[in-house]
Design a protein around this ligand. Structure first.
Ligand SMILES: [Zn+2]
Ligand SMILES: [Zn+2]
Length: 256
């Protein structure tokens, strides 16, 4: 290996280690600043280690319980942390920046006593990869309906989820692409797959808003764009709630 390549690799490694160390130091500092009641609540959260090694449990609880809240940030929300995992969850987590609350929205009608679930991992991963991450980060094997389906159904689900992930990642490219016909075809396919795999509003609201943006580009088909925004608003209201900024933007777009 050339010297400069070794330098680049080592610098990147050092950078990653510094970043993680920085994050862990910040977590320990934030934990230290909690009051006794908050500390007890934090300590009651799920942790597979429970040892006397300083900071160890604090960091393991952080790894297993922190949730993204806004761009590039994470938080531990003790109540939300009590919700169990499912790979086909009926609950949708959304951070409410205005009220500074993690909100949970239920995507399908539930009966009294039904369990509300959320997903701890990217649901679009293959079953095997979901299990790997759950075992690594949370130390359990998932037995949700999606994971305990027959081999055949599992393979079909994997294929759908893989395609959903791919199409979801293509959102930015589609909005910029001059081939709006191809973009719209992909969007329709994504909506169909989401329906088949999850059968609830899930991420469809975001996809409708993407269709809204594509339609506005396409020589400015305002009527079609408004229809997509109205659809997106209805779906996003179910998964993100009326106070979400995205939902308010969608509402505004549907009346333009
Ligand atoms: Zn520990
Ligand atoms: Zn599962």
């Amino acid at each position: 290996m050339e010297a400069w390549m070794a330098f680049v690799v080592l610098s990147f490694l050092a950078y990653s280690i510094c970043l993680k160390l920085g994050e862990y130091m910040l977590v320990c500092l934030m934990h230290w600043r909690l009051d006794a009641k908050e500390k007890a609540r934090y300590a009651s959260l799920d942790c597979w280690c429970r040892s006397a090694i300083p900071f160890c449990d604090t960091l393991i609880i952080w790894r297993g319980n922190s949730l993204p809240n806004g761009f590039g940030r994470c938080a531990v929300c003790p109540t939300t942390s009590l919700i169990n995992h499912s790979c086909s969850p009926n609950g949708f987590l959304n951070w409410d920046d205005k009220r500074r609350h993690m909100t949970v929205h239920v995507m399908r009608p539930i009966k009294k006593g039904d369990e509300i679930t959320i997903s701890y991992v990217n649901v679009n991963l293959k079953a095997e990869d979901r299990q790997l991450e759950l075992r690594h980060k949370h130390r359990f094997t998932c037995t949700c309906p999606a994971c305990s389906a027959t081999e055949e159904a599992l393979q079909a689900s994997d294929k759908r989820r893989e395609r959903i992930g791919l199409l979801t990642d293509g959102a930015a490219r589609r909005v910029l692409s001059p081939r709006t016909d191809i973009s719209m075809k992909e969007i329709e396919e994504l909506l169909m797959l989401l329906d088949e795999e999850y059968g609830d509003p899930s991420y469809k609201g975001d996809v409708c808003m993407e269709a809204h943006a594509v339609k506005l580009k396409e020589g400015g088909d305002k009527v079609a764009a408004r229809t997509w925004a109205a659809k997106g608003y209805k779906l996003m209201l179910l998964t993100k709630g009326a106070s979400s900024r995205e939902v308010q933007l969608a509402k505004h777009a549907s009346s333009q």
